[in-house]
Design a protein around this ligand. Structure first.
Ligand SMILES: [Zn+2]
Length: 463
């Protein structure tokens, strides 16, 4: 009795319920019965043979059995179900050519006799054509996915944490509510470790691992662009032709501003002190009492810092400096006292970022410039130069807005004692708080003989 392997495979484009495998199976059984062969079933469900890295366990098992003499041949619905990669066919042909036994081969749709050179030639030709059409399909699918991303539609895969397993466009309160609260807490300077512990205590776990979130995974969760409705494709946040974000079709958990604020905080943590302008509490806030220019923080050899008037622009005298530490301390005390008073008076700081109109203007300039360039109204070199300028302004403004939002969230939770919160705050947030209270700190020229004279420091309090 001849025993053949009856191979069935259902691919991605079938229904995925297994029905396809069963139908193929019946056809293969009929074919084998016609030859008088016994069928040993092999089936790989829901896999695409075209993806090189996808292994088909039953296909591999069948080849092994064929080599070992467990079966005497192979049948399948068609060659396409059996093989998509030319090298799969070569492996099968190799077994047929080297076997000392008499092997059989057949498919329901076309007959290829792999035991003869003509049959092998026809099979190779067919597989090459099928392989090409599969590559075309793959390209078409990629194109289709990009189009979907451009429209802000969902990609494949299960619902991400926070959204309903039944409908990815809808928030799932049992996950989205704690996540929303975590975003508020984080923007109010609560530490990641603390929030992660609270989640663990509340039994909130990752849907994929079933385990509590590690700090790293928690950080990833907070910085997902999806949270504020931005669509990511192949690792890139999608933008439209005007350079604006493409909005996803799902309900967002937070605003773009909040998401940017979260990312800004993480960015600053990763690169502490990268920007010298924001390294010290009062850089750019202190002003020279002699010439009125902004003073810059500078690191001294002993590791401490000084605020200096740098004569690097017209009008700057370059003659005044003051020790940083004591000045910072003085201003800190002042700001804390002011915060105590304002909490008592329950005065709320503005929640609307004041420079939004400026950012809107820059973004509309960018859009106009692109339009003009496309219409060939400006040269490419002008375009490249101007777009660089505008985008750098846009980045700075967005960054400023992000920090403002973070600070506004801090201030909104006004019950937090500023003294207690101060240590856990990022330097940018501390500077925001200072700027909220003071318009500048005037540093008057030094009088001889005094190392630090608090009388030289004149805070200009905002009205
Ligand atoms: Zn000066």
């Amino acid at each position: 009795m001849v025993r053949v392997g009856g191979y069935r495979r259902i691919s991605d484009d079938d229904t995925g319920t297994g029905d396809g495998v069963r139908t193929q199976g019946e056809d293969v059984d009929d074919l084998a019965a016609g030859h008088g062969w016994d069928v040993v079933p092999y089936e790989d469900n829901d896999l695409s043979a075209f993806k090189r890295n996808v292994r088909r366990p039953d296909f591999e098992r069948m080849l092994k059995d064929l080599k070992a003499g467990v079966i005497d041949g192979i049948t399948a619905l068609d060659l396409d179900r059996l093989i998509r990669q030319p090298r799969d066919l070569e492996r099968i042909i190799d077994i047929y050519e080297t076997s000392k036994r008499k092997l059989v081969f057949d498919t329901c749709t076309a007959s290829y006799d792999l035991t003869t050179p003509e049959g092998r030639f026809m099979a190779r030709l067919f597989v090459n054509i099928a392989n090409k059409s599969s590559a075309d399909t793959s390209r078409r699918i990629k194109r289709h996915q990009l189009d979907k991303a451009k429209r802000g539609e969902e990609g494949g895969g299960p619902a991400p944490f926070g959204w309903s397993p039944d409908d990815k466009s809808k928030l799932w309160p049992q996950e989205s509510t704690p996540l929303r609260k975590a975003i508020d807490d984080f923007l109010s300077n609560k530490r990641i470790a603390t929030i992660a512990r609270e989640w663990e205590a509340a039994g909130i776990v990752s849907r994929t691992t079933g385990k509590p979130f590690s700090q790293t995974n928690f950080s990833r969760l907070l910085t997902r662009p999806r949270n504020c409705g931005l669509r990511v494709h192949q690792g890139e946040i999608m933008r439209d032709e005007e350079g604006s974000y493409v909005r996803g079709v799902w309900e967002p958990i937070c605003t773009v501003e909040e998401w940017e604020a979260i990312c800004a905080v993480f960015e600053n943590r990763r690169q502490p002190g990268k920007d010298t302008a924001t390294k010290y509490l009062l850089s750019g806030i202190t002003r020279c009492g002699s010439c009125g220019e902004k003073m810059r923080g500078q690191k001294r050899k002993d590791g401490k810092h000084t605020y200096v008037c740098v004569a690097n622009k017209p009008g700057a005298c370059g003659k005044v400096s003051v020790v940083g530490e004591q000045t910072d301390d003085l201003i800190r005390q002042l700001v804390w006292r002011d915060a105590d008073n304002s909490v008592k008076a329950s005065a709320m700081p503005p929640t609307q970022w004041p420079d939004q109109a400026q950012l809107d203007a820059v973004e509309s300039d960018i859009a106009n410039l692109r339009t003009q360039w496309k219409a060939k109204e400006v040269s490419s070199s002008t375009f490249v130069f101007m777009i660089g300028e505008l985008e750098s302004q846009q980045t700075q403004l967005r960054h400023a807005r992000a920090l403002f939002t973070a600070e506004a969230a801090t201030a909104a939770n006004g019950t937090v004692n500023l003294r207690d919160a101060w240590k856990g705050m990022e330097i940018e947030q501390q500077r925001r708080v200072v700027r909220h209270t003071l318009s500048a700190v005037l540093i008057h020229p030094a009088r001889k003989g005094l190392r630090f004279d608090p009388l030289r420091v004149e805070p200009l309090i905002k009205k």
